[in-house]
Design a protein around this ligand. Sequence first.
Ligand code: AQP
Length: 334
Amino acid sequence: MRRIFSGIQPTGNLTLGNYLGAIRNWVALQGEKSYECIFCVVDQHAITIPQDPAELKQATREVAASLIAAGIDPTDSILFNQSQVDEHMKLAWVLGCVARVGWLNRMTQFKDKAGKDRDNATTGLWWYPVLMAADILAYKGTHVPVGDDQKQHLELARDIAQAYNSMFGVEFFPLPEPQILGAATRVMSLRDGTKKMSKSDASDMSRINMTDDADTIANKIKKAKTDPEPLPSEAAGLAERAEARNLVTIYAALADRTVDEVLAEYGGQGFGKFKPALSELAVEVLGPIGAELQKLMADPAFIDSVLAKGGDRARALAKPIVEEVYDTVGFLRP
Ligand code: AQP
């Protein structure tokens, strides 16, 4: 059985980037039935950047509720929050003793998130990719559906799995395959087409949140940065137009069409026509998810029980795998 693992951080409102780059693909893969799916709200990753404890708990529930509202069925897929299953951290220590300092120093996400004041970043932020490798390998995950920004971390997880296997002369861990799916693998900021849309961006106008109402979505798209030219009639015409390309890509992904199909309809038209059409489409897709999310958030005890049950199912899978690792590396077990 192919086993999918993927995670999402409870670091704020989920964005359209998270939805198109990850969540929508998770729902589709769950529907294929040829995978066993494990989806995790990665709260231990979230604290690599300081978080308010009460807000972190609330965000963890909200992310879980968003996943359910978007179509993840917790009686089918396993859905839980990372800190409930100690096996992730137990395995991370062993993998951290396999990974090399130079490998982690090459990670561009660390460089971006740590910024210029690198000495002041937490060591957890630097070590994040080792924990991510453990998240996947604790289940011998074979496939990892992620947005394009996580590609480098996935390559590192493969290197770590391979290094463990060769260090101990075993074929124990599979090398997890990244699945970078759909038309919008990297949704960009609405304010700067060269920057990824991110839930922790200081400007709320840079992103569409999955919880935004119709007026907010329309206002953000109306104010999205663009250029004065009309849309081209072929994708090649977007090459030097980052903001225009981003909006057309979002439209294509939401409508399940190709960029060329979208341009065949809107080529030659200005943003005055295109932006309202994009707003309408975004509201049509996100509106029902937002409404369902509000209903789910009215019953936090239900969300907590879903995560607890998911945690039990996840632990049952991870425990024997991590036990075998501990035996292999030579830890004396009672
Ligand atoms: N802009 C994006 N376009 C496409 N995919 C995206 N993902 C995130 N942003 C985009 C994908 O969503 C999944 C979960 O991401 P995450 O929450 O673990 O962390 P991230 O990648 O660091 O996303 P954010 O929104 O930028 O979070 P913060 O601001 O907290 O760092 C991943 O599969 C990711 O690829």
